[in-house]
Design a protein around this ligand. Structure first.
Ligand code: FES
Length: 183
């Protein structure tokens, strides 16, 4: 046939080559998948040091005066998976929130006087935990705090979701915006 003369391909050799390439492709995809899962797992773990011990009732968080404005500390509350973040706002108020982002559950961090989620660049303000940027639409879950007469700070329960939160106009997720620019 004319096309075989024009394109002299050894089909047996071509098959061996394809199988090798396919095996290499599968190995690369598996390695990428494993690396991706590892990255997601790392991003979900708290990034600000080991948490303090968990408790079923009120738990002590140390001396309230030890935490200066702009500082934060991690602790676990209802169980080892109930990771929370204690912080002192720039105005000097103490706040505690669950670390789980209300978008897909990554651990938020206290940076630049706001709570930032590294997964999709969600941001929450620190006074009430309201989302102010990115995909999250619900406030962070807040932990009730109590300062006792001896100056110790205690996590004592769960606060209800703040009233009056209406989904406000927020900047879109920067990563999504970049994807849309490229598309
Ligand atoms: S998980 Fe936090 S912004 Fe998506």
């Amino acid at each position: 046939m004319a096309w075989k003369r024009a394109f002299p391909v050894d089909l047996a050799e071509e098959g061996r080559f394809s199988r090798r390439e396919f095996a290499r492709f599968l190995a690369l995809v598996s390695a990428g998948f494993t690396a991706g899962l590892g990255w997601l797992w790392l991003r979900k773990t708290p990034l600000e040091g080991p948490p303090s011990t968990a408790g079923s009732g009120p738990i002590s968080l140390g001396l309230a005066a030890d935490l200066k404005p702009g500082q934060s500390r991690l602790f676990t509350f209802r169980g080892p998976q109930d990771r929370c973040i204690l912080l002192r706002t720039p105005l000097g108020e103490l706040r505690a929130y669950r670390q789980a982002c209300t978008h897909l559950g990554c651990a938020v961090r206290f940076r630049n006087d706001e709570l930032q989620c590294p997964c999709h660049e969600g941001v929450f303000e620190v006074e009430h935990g309201f989302p102010i940027q990115g995909p999250p639409t619900r406030p962070l879950s807040r932990v009730a705090l109590e300062v006792r007469a001896d100056g110790t700070l205690w996590a004592v329960g769960d606060l209800p979701a703040p009233a009056g939160f209406a989904s406000r106009a927020r900047a879109a997720c920067p990563r999504q915006a970049r994807r849309e620019e490229v598309a």
